[in-house]
Design a protein around this ligand. Structure first.
Ligand code: SAH
Length: 225
């Protein structure tokens, strides 16, 4: 899989992709993440990428020209399955959307800033708009990192334990059961006996029951039937 992220603040994306699981996934060649600095595609001598909004009002708007230039350059080399604009009014991101995107080969993600991008970008250059929640961020970079992280950890081989992603919350319509590690007793707080029993079957049953119970309590909206 290849993810191309277009941003006017490339530095903001260095750390999320430069550490831990996302870094290892790239080192292993399981995903290629490329960050593109929008300013490099500006025709303006000051590398301008935004301008005042027509009709007035506060806030700058990202211009179509640099964005189109960057997208065209990328599309010359390969076809994209999705060209995503991160946007607070987009389709709500979820585990289902992450699962779906994890099956794609080439994804482009455009990060907005300021008041957002010229509407013509959204109308003509984008195939999909995704929001990570009903709140407004100052830029699309953190949102793009959230989407990329959720997608990349699903790619085969990225997580060391093959089944790990499958037993996470949401994958089976259930939230995850509680987990514990050593010590088995801390200041009088004990780990449930069953987890120390070594009885595989009982442990599985306990985890399933806990997941069902937690889902009922925390996410009654998950009722699948
Ligand atoms: N004026 C816009 C908000 C712009 S915020 C509005 O009211 O809808 C600047 C940029 O941050 C957006 O262009 C988008 O790329 C990103 N962004 C902000 N909130 C987001 C969210 N909840 N999900 C995804 N991207 C978001």
């Amino acid at each position: 899989m290849r993810i191309d992220i277009i941003t006017c603040l490339p530095k903001l994306l260095e750390s999320p992709f430069g550490d831990s699981i996302l870094k290892r996934a790239q080192d292993k060649g399981l995903v290629e993440v490329n960050i593109h600095d929008l300013r490099a595609y500006s025709n303006d001598k000051h590398r301008k990428i935004d301008d005042y909004a027509f009709g007035g009002g506060a806030g700058m708007v990202m211009m179509i020209d640099p964005i189109a230039n960057c997208m065209e350059a990328l599309k010359k080399d390969r076809e994209y399955d999705e060209i995503i604009y991160m946007s607070p009014d987009g389709e709500q991101f979820s585990q289902n959307v992450a699962n779906e995107l994890s099956l794609k080969k080439n994804i482009m993600i455009l990060c907005g800033h300021y008041k957002g991008v010229d509407e013509r970008v959204r109308e003509h250059l984008i195939t999909r708009e995704i929001s990570i929640g009903d709140y407004v961020l100052s830029g699309g970079e953190l949102a793009a990192a959230v989407v990329s992280d959720a997608v990349i950890r699903l790619l085969p081989g990225v997580l060391s334990d093959e089944t790990s992603a499958l037993t996470d919350s949401f994958q089976d319509g259930l939230v995850a059961p509680p987990v514990y590690t050593r010590p088995s007793e801390y200041k009088g707080m004990k780990v449930p006996d069953v987890l120390l029993s070594g009885h595989e079957r009982k442990i599985q049953d306990w985890r399933f029951d806990q997941a069902v119970e937690r889902t009922k309590q925390r996410r009654p909206d998950f009722d699948k039937e």
